[in-house]
Design a protein. Structure first.
Lengths: 307, 199
């Protein structure tokens, strides 16, 4: 018996077509598995203009997709893709941000009141993660200094403590994330009132996506990303240095200051270089993440000791 | 059926490579593809190392002999993926900067553990052939290949240190490796006891 006895010649001649069809449909079927979670664009923020003093024209901004699918937000899961996949698990309305402690005018703000009270501008900042990757992000927000001033800090307000939301339906808070919740962060008052420190409510001119810390988050661009606490529910001014989550978890690996510093390595990896998301080879990390104007805040301090 | 075992195992061991290659081409590795590639190659090598270490315990506990027939294949593929992992680190992650790599290995125990694991696997992969088994003599060959237990231990700690906080999954894998080694240790102790008992 010859092969031609089994397969008619007309079909045999179309064998390549058949193979292509098979390969093509296999590819098409598997494509959805490759795609990243599609991120919904939020509503446009009204009246946002770029502040030319913080335009950072020399840097190429990361794409909306990069900024919204590669996140650290342990309350929504520990993998980089978890926060975008579980974003709907964070409920951002109603939302109260409470300002308390050493202030003349403590206040519980509704998020809508904040959005009305503070004019929002766009600033392009570098973000350097302690894990040695970085991005360039156009944040929409207002200076933390302006916000704090409204509450009339007292002379005893030496530090500012920040607290991130905990909602029972957030998958990370139930599971085994390794760190305790709520997530706590802190700044010295002079750091908090530095003109670079920002409260962000959006990015790329749109309402902040949940995985990026909606509805309101801290952005401190000269420090490692974990200092920029997300989804804030409490800001407390106080006389003593507040405990912060990562420095309590592993004080040898993460300090209170956590200034970007290429000279001081993380015990497990180098901080002298970083991978800019979207680039292949690593680039040199800049002192204070390329914001030398903050250096005076640390005059006389040994930054190897106060890492 | 019996004849199909080795080719089937070979094909299965190729799947992670095909999957990663396809994802790389289609841009499915996300915002940080180098990191994803490093993680996935390292994870594949680790799982294959665990499978290699599971062959003898499967015989001890379940009386299965067929895993022993693919043990060499699993071990070779483990080394293959571990080498791709190291190559990704050296070329794509570190840009062939040997000074930076040397500093990284010596200064950071996470990297040191990974490099040490690969260096331990290297002589095992080279001598995994029957020719080398004959050349070394079975006893010496067997003693040399016990190094794989140490490699399993070091790889576990390398995996654990990969994440900022220990992950349940990693701890479960460490437990698996420890259990596989324990089964052998208990079995070896029993055999020794039997040898002592018998006149």
């Amino acid at each position: 018996m010859r092969p031609s006895d089994v397969t008619p010649k007309s079909v045999y001649l179309r064998r390549r077509e058949f193979l292509k069809l098979g390969a093509g449909s296999a590819l098409a079927l598997s494509l959805p598995a490759f795609a990243r979670a599609k991120v919904e664009h939020g509503p446009k923020l009204a009246g946002v203009t770029l502040n030319p003093a913080f335009a950072l024209p020399e840097e190429k901004k990361n794409s909306f997709e990069d900024i919204t699918t590669y996140n650290n937000f342990y309350e929504l899961g520990t993998d980089k893709s978890d926060p975008s996949e579980n974003a709907a698990k964070l409920q951002t309305r109603p939302w109260t941000l409470s300002v308390e402690g050493e202030v003349g005018k403590p206040r519980k703000w509704d998020i809508e009141e904040i959005l009305k009270a503070f004019p929002v501008e766009e600033r392009v900042y570098r973000l350097r993660c302690v894990e040695a990757w970085s991005m360039v992000i156009p944040w929409d927000g207002f200076p933390l200094a302006d916000f704090l001033k409204k509450h009339e800090p007292t002379s005893r307000a030496k530090y500012v403590a920040f607290e991130t939301v905990v909602q029972p339906q957030m998958p990370g808070v139930k599971g085994f994330a390794g760190i305790p919740f709520p997530y706590l962060e802190g700044l010295r008052i002079d750091e908090a009132t530095h003109p670079l420190a920002l409260l962000a409510v959006g990015l790329y001119g749109e309402t902040l996506p949940n995985q990026d810390g909606a509805p309101i988050r801290l952005v401190v661009p000269w420090k490692y990303g974990f200092k920029s606490a997300k989804s804030l529910v409490r800001i407390r001014l106080q006389e003593t240095q507040p405990p912060t989550t990562w420095s309590q978890y592993a004080s040898g690996e993460y300090g209170f200051y956590a200034n970007v510093n290429p000279e001081v390595d993380h015990p497990r990896w180098t901080q002298s270089r970083e991978r800019r998301i979207g680039e292949l080879l690593r680039r040199k990390t800049l002192m204070f993440n390329g914001y030398p104007e903050v250096a005076s805040l640390y005059a006389g301090m040994d930054l190897r000791k106060f890492y | 059926m019996k004849k199909a075992l080795v080719p089937a195992a070979f094909a299965a061991c190729c799947l992670p490579l095909l999957w990663l290659g396809l994802q790389l081409v289609l841009g499915g590795l996300g915002a940080n593809p180098v990191e994803a590639l490093l993680d996935d190659l390292g994870y594949t090598a680790f799982v294959l190392l665990a499978l290699t270490l599971a062959c003898t315990p499967a015989q001890i506990l379940l009386g299965w002999n067929w895993p022993l027939r693919i043990r060499k294949l699993l071990g070779d593929f483990c080394f293959f993926y571990a080498s791709l992992h190291l190559l990704t680190y050296s070329v794509l992650d570190q840009g062939f900067d040997f000074g930076a790599i040397a500093t990284d290995v010596l200064k950071h125990k996470f990297i040191f553990l990974g490099m040490a694991t690969w260096l331990l696997l290297l002589p095992l992969a080279v001598t995994s052939t029957q020719g080398w088994q004959r050349r070394l003599g079975f006893r010496r060959w067997k003693r040399l290949h016990r190094v794989v237990y140490l490699a399993g231990g070091l790889a576990s700690f390398h995996f654990l240190l990969r994440f900022k906080t220990p992950r349940l999954e990693t701890i479960a894998w460490m437990g698996t490796i420890a259990a596989l080694l324990l089964i052998r240790a208990i079995d070896a102790a029993r055999k020794r006891a039997r040898v002592v008992e018998s006149p």
